[in-house]
Design a protein around this ligand. Structure first.
Ligand code: ADP
Length: 560
């Protein structure tokens, strides 16, 4: 039997964070009697049906004996009162449930309809523009007690996603959602912190339906001596050795006079797919886009929605009647996905007038290509394309890395070049670029999913200065980073950007901060490559992992 609790108007204390799994709701006392809820329900059910049966029997006897129905004995009067009392209790308990579930169904259906037809934005507009409509669908809960709201979320009367909007208090919404989740799943979230985070800062921007936050330690490595400047690099990781190894790489680079970096290209891409009635019509648009005399018209359309997005070019690819147009633009200090998408929408609206038979299939046709391994990014680049190099002196290789130029050059050829070719790698001609890229991405609020293409890297090693020193370089064509927008504005990520001196928008030159961040990523990858390759060459890899990357706890005792 469903023993969920009836919402009561009585004031209750605000729920506290449970120290362990919550008490099952079925064990709670009822509001009507100081008895367990299931017992009270059973009592009123039995009372209702037995007095109803008794009264029906009495009624039949009165009709048979021609006794007027309104003449009642004391026992009949008691039975009628008991019937009314138990009916009121049962109606209060189950009737409210029924009405609430009916409202919830209507509310969910309304939102589903809105979400399907208009998208999530429309729902927010509906809430903002027509509070009267919204009020009819979801009861106003902002003044209700937390305990009561948790019950309503558990029952599905209030959708969990609407809590922030309904309560107008992000922290309280998270606490209630978290409590409801624990009751529904009967799992404790102890260990996932709630306090110490500004939930307002992620609203409608970084994460929906939060219940807490995951802690990732941030280590520092450095200084990285890059283009004559020093940087202390924050790295968020739970893999031992990564920070220590990068730090050792920085030490070797520093002792050798530093590294040099160059940004080869800077442009974010978005590639919609459109369909025509025929391949020749698709080609007609391709030729139009390829014609340099049309570029300014396209750029005027593209650039009008942002002060920072500036169209660089359009690259087309045809698949039968379908045309893929890869728009590329500068994006200032933002990573740029929002900007480029808005610009592309402007151009599509313009092209639609010129090509009425063009059917827009998708704003992204995967020729972009975002968050998926794709040769287009490896060859053409996406975001910032960077190259970073250093000459590591012979004595440094010996002293810091305990290896030699010849050993490293041979290892690089066999592992990073030939080995990756044998594996059919796509952009994976390196030892562990993604370890460094992801750690810096997480620390500085980048989109970690873009680690896929941002870690594309070819590591080259060559003997120079008569074979005494090592020239090492990393070439990374798709580093997708920003210092404004997305997760970069959150407090901890923003502090890490500040440590690097690249927080927010550059005041001198739009894009200077994000380009510098890309260079720092490349410089750190250079250090990581040098250090790991040296560790492999000198046979230190397993030893150092045993030292830094091995749990000293008995993991077999960790419960599932
Ligand atoms: P993205 O395009 O990476 O998703 P957002 O759209 O979230 O980035 O954030 C970029 C916002 O910051 C835009 O509204 C833009 O106008 C603003 N902005 C302010 N200064 C700069 C700058 N120097 N470079 C890029 N964007 C900037």
């Amino acid at each position: 039997m469903d023993v969920r609790r009836r919402p009561s108007k009585a004031l209750r204390p605000a729920p506290k964070e449970p120290s362990s799994a919550p008490e099952p709701t079925g064990a709670k006392a009822s509001d009507a009697l100081p008895l367990p809820l299931y017992f009270t329900n059973a009592l009123f059910f039995t009372l209702f049906f037995s007095v109803a049966y008794y009264l029906l029997l009495r009624w039949r006897d009165k009709i048979r004996n021609s006794v007027p129905l309104h003449v009642v004995t004391f026992s009949e009067l008691a039975a009628i009162l008991s019937l009314i009392a138990s009916f009121i209790y049962l109606l209060g308990f189950f009737g409210i449930d029924f009405v609430q579930s009916f409202i919830a169904r209507a509310s969910n259906e309304a939102w589903d309809l809105v979400d399907e037809e208009e998208g999530e934005d429309h729902r927010h507009r509906l809430m903002a523009c027509s509070p009267s409509i919204a009020d009819h669908i979801i009861p106003a809960v902002s003044s209700a007690e937390d305990e009561e709201i948790v019950d309503l979320v558990v029952k599905g009367t209030i959708p969990s996603y609407a809590l922030e909007e309904q309560l107008g208090d992000c922290k309280r919404a998270v606490r209630i959602r978290r409590e409801a989740l624990q009751r529904i799943t009967r799992r404790s979230l102890q260990g996932l912190p709630l306090d110490g985070f500004d939930y307002g800062s992620i609203l409608k921007q970084c994460c929906e339906m939060p219940v807490g936050y995951v802690q990732i330690p941030v280590g520092i490595a450095g200084p990285l001596l890059l283009d004559s400047f020093e940087y202390i690099v924050p790295m968020a990781t739970t893999e031992g050795c990564i920070v220590a190894s990068t730090n050792r790489g920085f030490k070797g680079i520093y002792a050798s006079g530093g590294a040099t970096s160059t940004i080869l290209r800077d442009g974010m891409t978005r590639a919609p797919v459109v369909r025509f009635p025929s391949a020749s019509r698709a080609c007609h648009l391709k030729f139009f886009l390829d014609n340099p005399s049309n570029f300014q018209t396209l750029a005027d359309e593209f650039n009008k929605s942002s002060n920072f997005a500036r169209l660089q070019g359009v690259q087309c690819s045809i698949a039968g009647k379908n045309l893929y147009m890869r728009f590329s633009c500068t994006t200032g200090d933002a990573m740029g996905m929002n900007m480029v998408s808005k610009g592309v929408e402007n151009v599509l609206a313009y092209l639609r007038n010129e090509y009425p038979d063009m059917d827009i299939i998708s704003i992204s046709g995967n020729f972009c290509s975002d968050k998926k391994p794709a040769a287009i990014n490896w060859i053409e680049g996406r975001g910032k394309s960077a190259v970073c190099e250093a000459v590591i002196k012979e004595e440094v290789l010996k002293k810091v890395f305990r290896t030699s130029v010849a050993t490293l050059v041979e290892l690089n050829m066999l592992k990073n070049l030939a080995g990756s070719a044998v594996a059919g790698a796509l952009g994976g001609f390196n030892a562990h670029a993604s370890n460094i890229v992801s750690a810096i991405f997480i620390a500085t609020g980048q989109d970690p999913a873009q680690n896929v293409e941002s870690s594309h890297c070819i590591t080259m090693m060559e003997a120079v200065n008569d074979g005494k020193d090592l020239h090492i370089s990393v070439t990374m064509p798709s580093i997708e980073v920003g210092t404004i927008g997305g997760g970069t504005q959150l407090a901890s990520q923003s502090a890490c950007l500040d440590l690097l001196g690249v927080k927010g928008a550059s005041k001198e030159l739009p894009g200077a901060n994000s380009r510098l961040l890309a260079k720092i990523v490349a410089g750190s990858v250079l250090a990581g490559e040098l250090s790991l390759m040296a560790a492999i060459a000198s046979g230190q890899l397993v030893q150092s992992h045993m030292k830094y990357n091995r749990s000293t706890k008995d993991v077999s005792k960790v419960g599932s």
